[in-house]
Design a protein around this ligand. Structure first.
Ligand SMILES: Nc1ncnc2c1ncn2[C@@H]1O[C@H](COP(=O)(O)OP(=O)(O)OP(=O)(O)O)[C@@H](O)[C@H]1O
Length: 795
């Protein structure tokens, strides 16, 4: 945020400055305590509150002058250090409602660089964290604390080296926990405030364990602010955050408010979606959804549209196929499996555009503030009414109009409309004009036919859609067996529906199903680095699972050969491989023939074996007999045989008659097992010896390093001064693992390291530090030392 002014003040001036500041802050604090919302007429502007001038200036410069309801209702309570649980509609300005009191609290606490992290803001998605960071750096530019962003997909080491200077830290749960685990400098003992933005999402199943681990390490006497457009109903969830006499603001859900005072609720309408956002839905069979989306895009070419689907694979498939079909509107995609740089780039590009369509998952559903979105299309049914509200809330923000279109399958309609009605969401049903609807099945089919990779994408989209339906908790809405798999597969251009395996294991037992669902959700949200960490042994070494070799995209494609989807392409390719293999074997055999003779028991030719001889009187038959190609074709395909030691021929694979092995099958099995056990035991001994050698080697290397370090230290103490830069450049990069982000990306080229992660103060400080460096030579005599002291004093 703001630069520190380097005016040189005298001690007296500094003292006076401190005194005035103290007096000013005490005055404000007194006003905060005495502030009575009801006595102030037209409490409308930020400046009506006892807020510091620097913050007001930052707000004003960014055109934040009048307050919204949620800001008016929460700021003063938060300034009084109350815990807050607040819900307000999407796009109603919740970000400022917590950022303003947060900055003010740190000003009143007179926080400096030395205090470390004093406020922690946790968000469920990286995009939201980036957005909050941007707002904070804008409005906080006249305040002097450090503010930092920690999100997955960024350089962990870079973050880790600077984290101790940060006063306000914004991040996603996984990355924050990773820093708590691994960044030695990261101190949270001074934490004054914890903010959970989109609190219900962070508190839900998917982030539970990560959040619990974070909360367990925070000082209990902190202030908690929980904000969302939809609130959690679970008192148990809230208890995890240990709210103390919270102030509930604008809460519409059924939450126990016994011990809190509800001083909000200024909204007379009780619907949780903005009034200016028109709500409609259509019912369409699953196989018709892509036709409808296509037709919709073709008729809304000059709009800004966000399309929500339920998985990143669907995003990928729709984006790739629609791009090829060219709807006439610019298409973009965004999902959690993209690299961070590409995610940020797409968000920026889409925000800046006027007419375009962003195909995305729920990663964008919460909190993201994209200007001027005209349409939200919820192509796949959201998991619950809250997700519906958040998705819809990406349009119709801050008083602007917008449209939200939900597409439901016939089996989802009753259940989901019931859920919306219970939230007082009024949504009208629309019918599609069939003459306006365009069919794109055939085009998709031909695309998939021509391009096996698209077919593979389609297959993965199919699987992930069914997986997403399977893990839905609300079984009244998502009736798994009522989704027509075959027809859906066809609508994606696939020749048939891939087999869905996981059903057999879990679908029979509802307890198992619930566990599986929860586990899948948790895994989806767990930081990959943390998962990797859990796979290390006590020495920090990765426990490798040799069974799981890395499978490439193509390996996966080939593994799916019996699902009929890739049949043709796969068969062609594998046939080619087999043919190649056979050819190789034949060639090998031909080469062998040069120096080997066929071993035959009986070299006399039998009469039956002598081929019938024809009179090659005609030219044609002569040519046929001499042409290798033609003679081969007339003989048909050859049969491959092998010879035993006695020179008898055998088929490559021959069946042994059952009666030949029946009696001694047990003996054979026993013998086989004994042999294998012996073999394994031998291997085990060798492995152990190898492991021991490795350990010894490691120990030796460690000792060697330690020895070298001691030597260097000794050398240094003898007066050898090396530049710090040189030392640093020799250090091994311990964070290599964290830089190789495991998220798959499709096309994003690596971008330059973003510079704006930290505020500019540090850069400035570095420069000043460089300027202040005085080059000296090591003093050798007492006179040298005296001269040097004098020089330093003069400087
Ligand atoms: N007081 C204000 N004056 C002018 N604009 C404001 C004010 N407060 C917020 N806004 C603008 O309103 C938009 C929505 O604000 P914000 O993103 O904070 O909403 P939100 O309630 O957090 O939405 P969501 O629930 O979707 O996260 C932003 O573009 C923001 O700049």
């Amino acid at each position: 945020m703001a630069k520190k002014h380097n005016h040189v003040l005298t001690a007296k001036q500094r003292k006076e400055h401190r005194f005035q500041n103290e007096k000013y802050l005490n005055g404000l604090q007194e006003k905060i305590e005495k502030f009575d919302m009801h006595t102030v007429k037209n409490l409308d502007r930020f400046e009506d509150f006892p807020i510091t001038e620097n913050t007001l200036k930052g707000l004003k410069e960014n055109s934040f002058v009048s307050m919204t309801d949620i800001q008016r209702n929460s700021i003063i309570s938060a300034l009084r250090k109350n815990d807050i649980l607040a819900a307000a509609k999407t796009g109603s300005g919740k970000t400022l409602a917590f950022l303003v009191p947060l900055m003010e609290r740190l000003v009143h606490e007179k926080v400096t660089d030395m205090d470390g992290c004093c406020a922690l803001i946790i968000t469920p998605t990286r995009e939201l964290a980036v957005q909050i960071f941007e707002v904070l750096t804008k409005i906080g530019r006249y305040n002097t604390f450090g503010c930092g962003l920690v999100i997955g997909g960024k350089d962990f080491k870079f973050e880790s080296e600077r984290i101790n200077k940060i006063n306000i830290l914004i991040g996603t749960p996984g990355r924050i926990l990773q820093h708590m685990d691994q960044s030695v400098n990261f101190e949270l003992s001074n934490l004054k405030m914890l903010v959970l933005d989109e609190a219900d999402r962070i508190l839900d199943m998917g982030f539970r364990k990560t959040l619990d681990s974070i909360l367990a390490n925070l000082p209990p006497e902190r202030q908690n602010l929980l904000f969302s457009a939809t609130q959690t109903n679970s008192v148990k969830d809230l208890a995890r955050v240990s709210l103390v006499n919270p102030v509930y603001i604008n809460i519409k859900e059924d939450i126990n408010t016994d011990h809190g005072n509800n001083n909000g609720n200024n909204d007379n309408d009780s619907t949780p979606v903005p009034q200016q956002l028109s709500q409609s839905y259509i019912v369409a069979p699953l196989y018709d959804k892509l036709n409808i989306l296509w037709s919709f895009l073709k008729t809304h070419l000059s709009c800004k549209i966000i399309v929500f689907v339920s998985s990143s694979k669907q995003v990928h498939f729709i984006y790739e196929t629609f791009r090829k079909l060219q709807p006439g509107i610019s298409l973009m995609k965004l999902h959690g499996r993209q690299k961070q740089t590409s995610r940020i780039e797409t968000t920026m590009k889409f925000s800046a555009s006027n007419k375009s369509c962003l195909i995305t998952t729920d990663v964008v559903a919460r909190g993201i503030d994209i200007p001027a979105v005209d349409w939200i299309v919820q192509l796949d049914c959201p998991e619950d009414a809250n997700t519906f509200i958040h998705r819809a809330g990406r349009a119709g923000r801050f008083g602007r109009s917008g449209n939200n279109l939900l597409i439901l399958t016939p089996s989802e309609e009753d259940g989901f409309i019931k859920r919306l009605t219970s939230k007082k969401i009024d949504i009208k049903k629309l019918n599609i004009k069939n003459n306006k609807k365009k069919q794109i099945h055939q085009q998709l089919q031909s695309l998939c036919f021509k391009d096996p990779e698209l077919k593979y994408l389609g297959q993965r989209a199919f699987m992930s859609y069914f997986k997403s339906i399977f893990i839905q908790k609300d079984k009244e809405v998502f009736k798994f067996d009522q989704y027509p798999a075959e027809e859906f597969a066809k609508s994606l251009g696939l020749p048939g529906a891939p087999k869905i395996k996981f059903l057999n294991k879990a679908a029979n037992n509802s307890d198992d199903t619930d566990k599986l669902i929860n586990r899948m959700k948790e895994l989806k949200n767990t930081n990959r680095q943390l998962i990797n960490l859990s796979k290390t042994d006590e020495n920090g070494e990765v426990i490798e699972n040799n069974d799981k070799k890395v499978r490439t995209k193509y390996d996966k494609m080939f593994e799916r050969k019996n699902t009929t989807v890739l049949s043709e392409h796969y068969i062609n390719m594998t046939n080619d491989r087999e043919k190649d293999g056979q050819q190789e074997e034949q060639e090998e055999q031909e080469a062998d023939d040069d120096f080997m003779t066929i071993k035959r028991k009986d070299h006399d030719l039998l009469k039956d074996e002598i081929p019938e001889l024809h009179d090659l009187s005609s030219k044609r038959s002569l040519k046929k007999a001499t042409s290798k190609k033609q003679s081969a074709s007339s003989k048909g395909l050859g049969k491959k045989l092998i010879f035993d030691d006695e020179g008898n021929t055998h088929e490559v694979y021959e069946f042994i008659k059952e009666e030949d092995v029946k009696d001694n099958i047990k003996d054979l099995k026993k013998e086989f097992l004994e042999n294998e056990t012996q073999f394994m035991q031998k291997e085990d001994i060798t492995d152990k010896a190898l492991a021991k050698d490795k350990k010894l080697e490691k120990k030796r290397r460690r000792q060697e390093l330690e020895r070298r370090r001691l030597e260097e230290e000794e050398e240094e103490s003898e007066g050898t001064i090396e530049s710090e830069e040189e030392e640093i450049s020799e250090l091994p990069d311990i964070d290599e693992d964290f830089q190789s982000e495991s998220e798959e990306d499709d096309e994003a080229p690596p971008l330059k390291k973003p510079k704006q992660w930290f505020q500019k103060d540090d850069d400035d400080m570095d420069k000043t530090a460089q300027k202040d460096v005085v080059e000296i030579e090591a003093p050798e005599t007492l006179e040298d030392l005296e001269a040097l002291t004098a020089r330093l004093i003069n400087n």
